[in-house]
Design a binder for this molecule. Structure first.
Ligand code: HEM
Ligand SMILES: *[C@@H]1O[C@H](CO)[C@@H](O)[C@H](O)[C@H]1NC(C)=O
Ligand SMILES: *[C@@H]1O[C@H](CO)[C@@H](O)[C@H](O)[C@H]1NC(C)=O
Length: 292
């Protein structure tokens, strides 16, 4: 590509430099832990065979990790009397699942290579293997993330987009992470797997016009407007959008699976690259629930 204008070329250079400094690589463990990927793959397959929804839950864990100060395993840290992690943040509390599955994977990975594979990378690989196990698209997972020794409850409350966000809020939340509107729409296609609690979408189905009315009516049957049922589960798809500039892309994805799959895979790689800790930053945790 020709380089005619100075400022865009400079921008392109800095963009490149920023990506290069992340130092992730698809072959990161090929000599230090050649069995890592297959160990994670087999454990994810077993967990998804036992309960298909676990694939959705593991995918979401990686998202909630990456959007909070980068993909650094912070979402996995337990609260202690002297440490507050991210697990009680509004989007996470009584909602994230799969921590026990990650513990199981981590102990199997530790058994083949002690303290080599980070929890942040386990989340990235588990997300990819979950999508594969549920019939979604493949992608090359970049590796070499290290684990945070800190977490941020505040960032978890502010950086993970709320289900009450409007389209502009969503677009800007993703833009802050270097993700485009196309990435946002493609990634939201993750909601074609998994479940949501009534409490997460009650407002949408009773009080909003930007939702398909027959979908709203059908969801109301298992989600009362008041008097309980907060934890009743329903499939999620189509609850986030309705009436806006992204509708045509949503329609494209619903009729063109190949296009959805390739955009989703590309966006997963980008999401996995959000501010990783690399080199000698952070640590490789022995136990994903606590710092070493
Ligand atoms: C666009 C912004 C997003 C919003 C507002 C959002 C919101 C939500 C909400 C409210 C739930 C239900 C939680 C509950 O009721 O307990 C949910 C579930 C889920 N989300 Fe998202 N989400 C977003 C983006 C994403 C992304 C980027 C991914 C992954 C790539 C993702 C994957 C999932 C999955 C798989 C579930 C189901 C989890 C399960 O069944 O355990 N979401 N999301
Ligand atoms: C998290 O959920 C627990 C159990 O339902 C509840 O007792 C607690 O108040 C919640 N914490 C926050 C910060 O919402
Ligand atoms: C609908 O909106 C009204 C007015 O803001 C509020 O009082 C009511 O609780 C909402 N209903 C539901 C089911 O969210």
């Amino acid at each position: 590509m020709a380089c005619n204008h100075r400022p865009p070329c400079l921008l392109a250079f800095f963009f490149f430099a920023a990506i290069a400094s992340a130092q992730l690589s698809s072959t990161f463990y090929s000599t230090s832990c050649p069995l890592a990927i297959q160990t994670i793959r087999q454990a994810v397959r077993a967990a998804v065979a036992k309960e298909a929804r676990m694939g959705a839950s593991l995918l979401r864990l990686h998202f909630h990790d990456c959007f909070v100060n980068g993909c650094d395993g912070s979402v996995l840290l337990d609260d202690t009397p002297s440490f507050t992690g991210e697990k009680t943040a509004v989007p996470n509390n009584n909602s994230l699942r799969g921590f026990d599955v990650i513990d199981n994977i981590k102990s199997q990975v530790e058994a083949v290579c002690k303290q080599v594979v980070s929890c942040a990378d386990i989340l990235a690989v588990a997300a990819r293997e979950s999508v594969a196990a549920l019939g979604g698209p493949p992608w090359t997972v970049q590796l070499g993330r290290r684990d945070a020794t800190t977490a941020s409850l505040d960032a978890a409350n502010t950086e993970i987009p709320s289900p009450k966000s409007d389209l502009d809020d969503l677009i800007s939340a993703y833009s802050k992470k270097g993700l485009s509107t196309t990435d946002m729409v493609a990634l939201s296609g993750a909601h074609t797997i998994g479940q949501a609690r009534c409490i997460s979408f009650r407002d949408r189905i009773y009080n909003e016009t930007s939702i398909d009315s027959s979908l709203a009516t059908s969801r109301q049957s298992n989600c009362p407007s008041s008097g309980g049922g907060d934890d009743n589960l329903s499939p999620l798809d189509a609850q986030l959008f309705g009436g806006g500039s992204t509708d045509s892309l949503v329609t494209t994805y619903s009729t063109n699976t190949a296009r959805f799959f390739s955009d989703f895979a590309a966006a997963m790689v980008k999401m996995g690259n959000i501010s990783p800790l690399t080199g000698t930053d952070g640590e490789v945790r022995l136990n994903c629930r606590k710092t070493n």
